[in-house]
Design a binder for this molecule. Structure first.
Ligand code: SF4
Ligand code: SF4
Length: 288
């Protein structure tokens, strides 16, 4: 499937304009997300209609706590991510190329049919970074809406404004992973920047998408309470006081094996800070 959001450059390269990396991709190569390849000057999404993971989940697992609680969704994921988080829980599908894992062949019509067959009221695009296969999401999400199904995005939110604007009319809810409130930490831990994520959160809210925020607290990395306070104040000041905020507990994963799990007092301190800053619904995740 030919990608949207790119332009041809000199010397056979193309520039992908889907996310702020703006990868310049030589012929035969892929961008940072590993799933968009320059094939003779045409940018191809190599994961279109090739999900590597399918499951039925409670919406609370996304996590979405204030969006049709008690219902399920058909979770779907293709390989790839435009971040490189050192703590990635799903690195086996997010940090690989499409050909390195098994996948299903499922066109958008079949995704909707599968969702209805399992009596799920919605589809969740999740587990990896769904925005890196936005063409597939848009096609699935449009058909899902026509069939009366919801569309849920679970994302780190690193995307350019135009593609996001094209997707927003089809989104009903999103959980956005706000990894820290520091550009330096974003760069060191995930290989990206903070501001585009904030822009995504604001654009979702402006478009009427139900937004919940997740902040995974990693000891010694992003557990500074002053920074957490700044993040909560930004959320409060920008109209997210009624949006659930999920502080999630870190466990050693991937390239962060030496860091211990987040102490419970740290999570409780963050919750208190958030409540002091006016966030009304603060939840602690991964604590049982
Ligand atoms: S979506 Fe992928 S190929 Fe496109 S700019 Fe982002 S990382 Fe690069
Ligand atoms: S954004 Fe999510 S899927 Fe991507 S590397 Fe980070 S934790 Fe993994």
């Amino acid at each position: 499937m030919e990608c949207r959001y790119y332009q041809r450059l000199e010397n056979g390269k193309v520039e992908c304009q889907l996310c702020p990396h703006h990868c310049h991709i030589a012929d035969g190569k892929t961008g940072i997300c590993r799933s968009r390849r320059n094939c003779g000057g045409v940018l191809i999404s190599e994961v279109y209609a090739k999900p590597c993971a399918l499951a039925i989940d409670p919406v609370e697992k996304k996590p979405l706590y204030h969006f049709h609680s008690g219902t399920t969704c058909l979770s779907i994921a293709c390989t790839g991510c435009n971040f490189r988080c050192l703590n990635c829980q799903n690195y086996d599908i997010s940090q690989v190329s499409p050909e390195q894992v098994d996948y299903y062949k499922l066109n958008p019509e079949e995704v909707v049919t599968l969702c209805k067959k399992h009596h799920c009221p919605g589809i969740a695009y999740t587990y990896t970074e769904p925005l890196t296969y936005i063409e597939y999401i848009i096609d699935c999400a449009r058909l899902a809406h026509e069939a009366g199904l919801w569309n849920i995005l679970v994302t780190a939110g690193y995307v350019c404004k135009k593609p996001l604007a094209d997707l927003l009319p089809y989104l009903d809810a999103a959980n956005v992973d706000l990894k820290s409130f520091s550009d330096d930490i974003y760069l060191r831990v995930s290989g990206g920047h903070l501001q585009p994520v904030l822009d995504t959160i604001l654009a979702m809210k402006d478009a009427g998408v139900w937004v919940e925020i997740t902040n995974l607290i990693i000891p010694g990395v992003n557990d500074d309470m002053d920074m957490i306070r700044q993040m909560c104040r930004w959320l409060s000041d920008n109209g997210f006081a009624n949006s659930p905020l999920h502080f999630s507990r870190f466990f050693p994963r991937y390239k962060m094996q030496e860091i211990p799990p987040t102490p419970l007092p740290t999570l409780k301190a963050a919750k208190q800070v958030a409540e002091e800053e006016g966030i009304k619904y603060v939840y602690l995740g991964n604590v049982v």
